[in-house]
Design a protein around this ligand. Structure first.
Ligand code: ADP
Ligand code: MG
Length: 258
């Protein structure tokens, strides 16, 4: 199996168990949507997978490429091909989008080959132009300071550009759609669609079904109280759009409380 395998993952925040045994396999070539009510643990899962220090793993395992990801630092996870697009990207005034991306790319190349001198500036410019064209972005975007004064939509597009440049094998997108107008949403979705292929797997985390109209996911899972309680195809997202999350609470809330 090539992909990310999450087995019975348990994690605490502030000594409170938030992830209560998550099981999920994201095979390369497949796009999974993860939905669920606010507070169900979606962001906790994303941060735990990337190794954020506030999220303490108390059980289970995460295997990628035959490697136990939980033993790696966030850097090493990234070098292995995992990518996290944040719900709230941070601004880095003074560092341009281009510089940031080149540093990230060079760091990846050095991790693979310590002798690597990194990508040359002309090669990098060419690559960046290609990626910006793919995402239909204005080239002036590369010269702006990362996320500094960016609109919500621009921040999300910067995340997608980072993803397109680093070419991760598995990408985890935490509510990349939140707060976006319909045009920005479509851009983000097109960015994901452009990367879709046999060597790319994604976990698209969202509270709303809207983005899934543009990214038709192969699978849809519902996280509730730290566990995946329902899994299905794209029809699951439509069911949520029609019925909201109440039926999930009714069906699974009592069972978990008992
Ligand atoms: P979701 O992304 O599904 O809305 P979260 O993973 O953000 O859910 O939150 C799940 C639970 O964990 C909530 O009860 C939230 O209050 C708690 N939690 C998450 N992150 C933190 C944190 N950094 N500090 C304290 N509590 C947190
Ligand atoms: Mg969240």
């Amino acid at each position: 199996m090539s992909g990310l395998e999450i087995r019975d993952l348990r994690a605490n925040v502030d000594d409170k168990e938030i992830l209560q045994g998550v099981n999920l396999t994201i095979e390369l070539g497949s796009v999974h949507a993860l939905m669920g009510p606010n507070g169900s643990g979606k962001s906790t899962l994303a941060y735990t997978l990337m190794g954020h220090p506030n999220y303490k793993v108390t059980g289970g395992e995460v295997i990628f490429d035959g490697v136990n990801v939980l033993e790696l630092s966030p850097d090493e996870r990234s070098h292995l091909g995992l990518f996290l697009a944040f719900q709230y990207p941070v601004a880095i005034p003074g560092v341009t989008v281009a510089n940031f991306l080149r540093t990230a790319l060079n760091s990846h190349q050095k991790a693979i080959d310590p002798e690597s001198k990194g990508i040359s500036i002309p090669d990098f410019r060419k690559l960046l132009k290609e990626k910006m064209d793919l995402l239909q972005m204005d080239h002036s975007f590369a010269g702006r300071y990362l996320n500094d004064g960016f609109s919500g939509g621009e921040k999300k597009r910067a995340e997608i550009l980072q993803m397109a440049t680093l070419e991760p094998k598995i990408s985890i997108m935490d509510e990349t759609d939140s707060g976006l107008d319909i045009d920005a949403l479509r851009n983000v979705a097109e960015g994901v669609q452009a990367l879709r292929g046999p060597n790319f797997g994604a976990l698209v985390i969202t509270h709303y079904q809207r983005i899934l109209n543009y990214i038709n996911p192969d699978f849809v899972h519902i996280l509730f109280e730290g566990r995946i309680v329902e899994s299905g195809g794209p029809e699951m997202a439509h069911k949520l759009e029609e019925r909201g999350y109440d039926w999930i609470r009714e069906k699974h809330g009592a069972k978990l409380a008992a």
